[in-house]
Ligand binder design. Structure first.
Ligand SMILES: Cc1ncc(COP(=O)(O)O)c(C=O)c1O
Length: 365
């Protein structure tokens, strides 16, 4: 395994054995009669197959993910959503009560939840806010990560960022990864990469052994209910370590694997792309509406599939939230956080529903 990964993984894992799952075919004859995993062979006919545990990391799924993300199957850990990867990586690198992580608030809330659960310290180097955009405090992040007193093991860069929608310049991200390359893991969360013109930085994996990239089928592939994501890493030994020592025994449910295989099938690629495009057209339609709405003071630039909208100072964002909720439209209220004061985050729905929302907002008084 690459030095930086070896150095930062919590030391006790070195001597720990992982779980050896059942279901391995060590015999010569097909078909198999599986009597090794305490499964029930009597099953409702319509659920046949679901009575057996799934493959922990189905090779065909890894192959399809590899094609979609531009890496080898051996460079992928398939997880229960990117969320599971966040929690696993915290477990792998962060020594409870000792280590720290760096985030750039406002950003995805689960980074802090995992750190607080460990618990490890969170060092927040806030984004710099300018006009209708946010940028990374590159020097601040590097400084926080390299300050030995902080004991920073990993940092999250979320690109495009949730909840702001910001896509950060590649040069800024590379500067950070490079500056901390001997000291800190950079988890680049690309949950919304397919929505962004900037795309993925997956090609940088081979240059930077301290870089891990997270992807998900929840957004661009419209499979939030299926809970499949991925952690990508150049180092195949690290992938095996994650799969064999860190993950649960059978982490991916069979129905989820089946749905993911359909969404990632080459014959569906064009339709998937079209669905992303359609949702971005709707995002832009809502953006134009909000830019011309007298309820809204600012619409932040977004390269993701949602908008961060600031409500004018005379009106409380929470009032707009409640008014729309009463009419059946649910947003995310970010108005209580300093950097997103009086802001709501809104992801477009279907065209008719977005039109209806505009009518509802037109009637706000
Ligand atoms: C930036 C970011 N990362 C990760 C996730 C979690 O993704 P998943 O649904 O794959 O767990 C989300 C979900 O909203 C997100 O916004």
């Amino acid at each position: 395994m690459k030095d930086i990964l070896q150095k930062l993984i919590r030391p006790h894992y070195a001597d720990m054995a992982g779980y050896v799952s059942a279901g391995m075919n060590s015999g010569k004859n097909e078909p198999l009669v599986l009597m090794n995993a305490n499964e029930n062979h009597f099953v409702l006919p319509e659920l046949e197959g679901y009575n057996f545990y799934p493959e922990p990391q189905p090779p065909k799924l890894l192959e399809r993910m590899g094609q979609a993300y531009g890496v080898k199957p051996s460079q992928i850990v398939a997880t229960r959503g990117a969320d599971e990867a966040l929690s696993l990586l915290t477990k792998v690198f962060c020594e409870p009560h000792e280590d720290a992580i760096v985030i750039h608030g406002p950003t995805f809330g689960m980074y802090a939840v995992n750190a607080n659960a460990a618990p490890v310290k969170i060092i927040d180097v806030p984004l710099i806010k300018k006009d209708n955009d946010f940028s990374l405090d590159v020097e601040g992040i590097i400084h926080a990560a390299l300050n030995k007193n902080n004991k920073v093991k990993m940092m999250y860069l979320c690109n495009p960022n949730n909840p702001t929608g910001t896509v950060f310049p590649k040069a800024d991200i590379l500067k950070i990864i490079n500056a901390v390359k001997d000291d800190c893991i950079v988890i680049l969360d690309e949950a919304y990469a397919e929505c962004s013109k900037a795309g993925s930085m997956v090609k940088e994996l081979q240059t930077y052994p301290n870089l891990l990239i997270l992807r998900t089928l929840s957004k661009a592939y419209s499979l939030a209910g299926v809970r499949i994501g991925a952690c990508l890493c150049d180092d195949e030994d690290f992938i095996l370590f994650m799969q064999q020592k860190i993950m649960d025994a059978y982490p991916l449910p069979r129905p989820s694997i089946e749905a993911a295989m359909i969404a990632l099938a080459p014959e569906n690629a064009a339709q998937i792309k079209e669905n992303i495009q359609k949702s971005l057209v709707e995002r832009d339609r809502l953006k134009e509406y909000f830019e011309n709405s007298n309820l809204v003071s600012k619409v932040y630039a977004s390269d993701a599939n949602f908008l961060l909208v600031e409500i004018i100072p005379d009106i409380k964002a929470s009032d707009i939230y409640q008014y729309c909720a009463d009419k059946g439209f649910i947003f995310r209220d970010f108005s209580h956080t300093q950097e997103t004061k009086n802001c709501l985050r809104i992801a477009p729905a279907l065209p008719d529903q977005n039109t209806k929302l505009m009518e509802v907002l037109d009637n706000y008084q």
